[in-house]
Structure formats: structure tokens, C-alpha cells
Design a protein around this ligand. Structure first.
Ligand code: FPP
Length: 238
């Protein structure tokens, strides 16, 4: 297999389920939080790689609706880590012309976290390079229900309702669907991530746990994507 990326066929949007932090730490006799801390290095390197390869949108599944059910100490540690990471990384986002966005029920996050995110979003909003989307307190089912609730408040009738109208109520409005979804740590599940948007995404699963994931692994995933044939329900033979 050629190890060269085809620069003319880069997925515009890559979504990643960053999984395996806890197991990675346990394997090393450490607490789960140690894995989350190490995961920040992977986040940095993956963002750097995505910019280098010319990806336009990178969505990272950082905290799911279901993750609120984890022990309070782990939830608190993750929120503290998020606040610290946003605070530390915003200057590099600006330097790299990256704009930050979030999807999910942000109102559920601690106020300090909401404030940090809002500031970083504001500071990076005019950047014209890659868009980094953090999925926080997010789940695909939540997003769909949330869209339906908003639609029910409008004067939308079944006659004028369409897929295009529905799309406008999703949090990814104006963002193309991901062509590639990556999940680390060997688990082969969607786990309630971008249920609507991944209808035709290529799925890529790697055994590597998130703290070991680096831009070379992103490159490998992109190359595999480039070697796949995407038919969107059609055939290639006439
Ligand atoms: C999954 O591993 C990982 C998470 C729930 C959190 C991921 C968050 C980070 C790496 C930090 C995010 C920060 C930014 C700035 C995006 P797991 O705990 O489910 O691992 P396990 O499956 O081994 O238990």
C-alpha cells in the first residue's frame, strides 16, 4: 500500500471518537484520569495533522450525554482538563487559523467551562482555516430530539417539510457530513455519535487507544479511506 496521501482526495470532514483513555491508564497501573491527561497530547497532534493534511472540519467526541453517569470525580477531572486545555490551546488555535465550535448541550457544562469555551469561540470566530468542533454533552439522539423540539415551535407543516429543512435544525447546520469516522481502542460501535450525519460515512476502527493516537495514525486512516470505493447506494458498473 502506498504511504502517500492523495492531496486531491482529503475528506473535508473527519469525526473521531476518542476512546480507550481509561484502559490505557489501567494497563499502566495508573488512574483513568491519567489516560485523559495523556489524551490531550493526542488531541494536539491530531489537530496538527488534520491542518497539515488539509482537513476542513475535525469533530472530536470529547464528552457524551452518557458520560455524565461516570463517577463524579472523573466527570470533575474531565471538566477541569477541558477548561485547562481550552485556556492553554486558544493561542495556538489562533496561530493556526483554526476556528472553534461546539455541538451538544453546552448548558449542562459547569459555568466556568461554558465561559472558557465561549471566549475561545469568540477569539477564533474569524479564523478561516480548519474548523475544530468539540462534541460536549453530546449524543446523536439528543441532537435529533432537540431539532424536533425546535421544529415543533415553528410553523412547519408536513407539506413543506424536507430533509433540507430538518438539516437546518441540527447543530451541524452548515457543516458537511463527515466522510470519515474514526474510533480508537478496538471498539466497533457508533455509541450515539452523529447518528444523522454518518449515514454514508466510511467507518475506520483502530486498535490503538486514544493516548497512543498520533498524526501518522490519522494519515493511515485517510489513506485507507482513499482506497475505499464510495458508492452511496449506486453501482460502479453500468
Ligand atoms: C474515552 O476514553 C475518552 C473520554 C470520555 C474523554 C476524552 C477526552 C479527552 C481526551 C480530553 C478532551 C479535551 C479536549 C480539549 C478535546 P474512556 O474513558 O471511555 O476509556 P475506556 O473506554 O478505556 O474506559
Amino acid at each position: 500500500m502506498s504511504e502517500l496521501i492523495n492531496k486531491l482526495n482529503i475528506p473535508k470532514h473527519i469525526a473521531i471518537t476518542m476512546d480507550g483513555n481509561g484502559r490505557w491508564a489501567k494497563e499502566r497501573g495508573k488512574k483513568r484520569v491519567f489516560g485523559h491527561n495523556q489524551g490531550i497530547k493526542s488531541v494536539r497532534d491530531t489537530i496538527e495533522g488534520a491542518v497539515e493534511y488539509g482537513v476542513e472540519f475535525l469533530t472530536l467526541f470529547a464528552f457524551s450525554t452518557e458520560n455524565w453517569k461516570r463517577p463524579k470525580s472523573e466527570v470533575n477531572a474531565l471538566m477541569t482538563l477541558l477548561i485547562k486545555a481550552i485556556n492553554n490551546e486558544t493561542k495556538d488555535l489562533i496561530k493556526n487559523n483554526i476556528s472553534l465550535k461546539t455541538i451538544g448541550d453546552i448548558s449542562q457544562l459547569p459555568l466556568k467551562c461554558q465561559k472558557e469555551l465561549a471566549e475561545s469561540i469568540k477569539k477564533t470566530k474569524d479564523n478561516t482555516g480548519m474548523t475544530l468542533i468539540l462534541a460536549l454533552s453530546y449524543s446523536g439522539k439528543w441532537e435529533i430530539i432537540n431539532a424536533i423540539k425546535k421544529i415543533l415551535q415553528q410553523e412547519v407543516t408536513s407539506e413543506n417539510f424536507s430533509e433540507d429543512i430538518f438539516l437546518q435544525y441540527l447543530s451541524t447546520n452548515n457543516v458537511p457530513d463527515p466522510e470519515l469516522l474514526i474510533r480508537t481502542s478496538g471498539e466497533k460501535r457508533i455509541s450515539n455519535f452523529m447518528l444523522w450525519q454518518i449515514a454514508y460515512s466510511e467507518l475506520y476502527f483502530t486498535e490503538k487507544k486514544w493516548p497512543d493516537f498520533r498524526k501518522e495514525d490519522l494519515k493511515e486512516a485517510i489513506i485507507e479511506y482513499q482506497n475505499r470505493e464510495r458508492r452511496f447506494g449506486k453501482t460502479t458498473t453500468i
